[in-house]
Design a protein around this ligand. Structure first.
Ligand code: LP5
Ligand code: MN
Length: 240
């Protein structure tokens, strides 16, 4: 059983190198595995499933559909940029959208999968923002607005987010150690894979007397990269 884990591609029409890397990956290396897990932030942002009509998004959706049709089970956990991916996207692509945290056995070890933003509990302003935008009532109200308005709001939020990040210490934007320990305990896992922080690494830590490993996925920036389970072990692929 071979599984690829990827995240933080941030696909958008202004970064054609990343888009090409992704389309190449879907048509090639991804097909050699049994499954693909996308752990959030596939898109730079997602304004709603009606945006599947844009040629860019339709192209990505079509390529995912082909991967799924070729027999590769494809699952997705939403990220802080594309949490509005929904049922229509899932139906059009055949990609199964699932809610974090996900528990998955890798060999004889329990693994927990997340996007990673929920672990950044020191970033109080972000966690408040997250609580607001993950609220279904809030989302329904947002999605009821015309697509052009939603794009405008998303662009505005991106600018606000970039401004706000300039005033935050780097440690605040990383995972909180207690939140990580809690996620290991709650899931009973000794392996964790997540993205979001764009700080690829493998961290070993002691949890309840055992050694746990936290794998952080790399962001793409023009290069297909991630972590692969080859049936025996986890290892990086495509990292720069
Ligand atoms: O994304 P990244 O990695 O640069 O920064 C994140 C956190 N920021 C975000 C916000 C997104 O970038 C915004 C884009 C989402 C588009 C979604 C599509 C449309 C749906 C619209 C729904 C609103 O996730 C950033 C973290 C950082 O990760 C590290 O973890 O620090 O958090 C912030 O910067 C959030 C700010 O601290 C607080 C929010 C400011 C904006 C508040 C305005 C609310 C008005 C809402 C009106 C609709
Ligand atoms: Mn993210």
């Amino acid at each position: 059983m071979t599984i690829n884990f990827i995240s933080d591609l941030h696909l958008n029409p202004d970064e054609p190198a990343t888009t090409e890397a992704f389309l190449g990956f879907l048509a090639g290396a991804a097909r050699e595995a049994d499954a693909l897990w996308i752990l959030g932030d596939l898109f730079e942002y997602w304004a709603g499933d009606d945006d599947l009509a844009s040629p860019f998004n339709a192209g990505i959706a079509g390529a995912l559909r082909e991967l799924v049709s070729s027999g590769v089970t494809t699952k997705l956990i939403v990220g802080n940029r594309d949490f509005l991916l929904g049922k229509t996207f899932s139906q059009e692509t055949g990609v199964d959208i699932v809610s974090e945290p996900i528990r998955l056995m890798l060999g004889d070890r329990q693994c927990v999968l997340l996007h990673g933003d929920a672990l950044c509990t020191d970033d109080v302003a972000y966690q408040q923002f997250r609580l607001m935008v993950r609220n279904p009532a809030w989302q329904a109200k947002f999605l009821a607005q015309p697509l052009a308005v939603r794009h405008q709001i998303a662009a505005d939020l991106r600018a606000k987010s970039e401004m706000s990040k300039q005033g935050k210490a780097l440690e605040i934007m990383d995972v909180n150690a207690d939140a990580v320990t809690r996620a290991f305990r709650d899931s009973g896992a000794s392996l964790m894979i997540h993205g979001h922080t764009h700080r690829p690494a493998m961290h070993k830590l002691a949890v309840d007397g055992g050694t746990s490993q936290r794998y952080v996925l790399p962001d793409w920036h023009g290069h297909a990269c991630g972590i692969q389970w080859d049936g025996k072990a986890l290892r990086n692929f495509g990292s720069r």
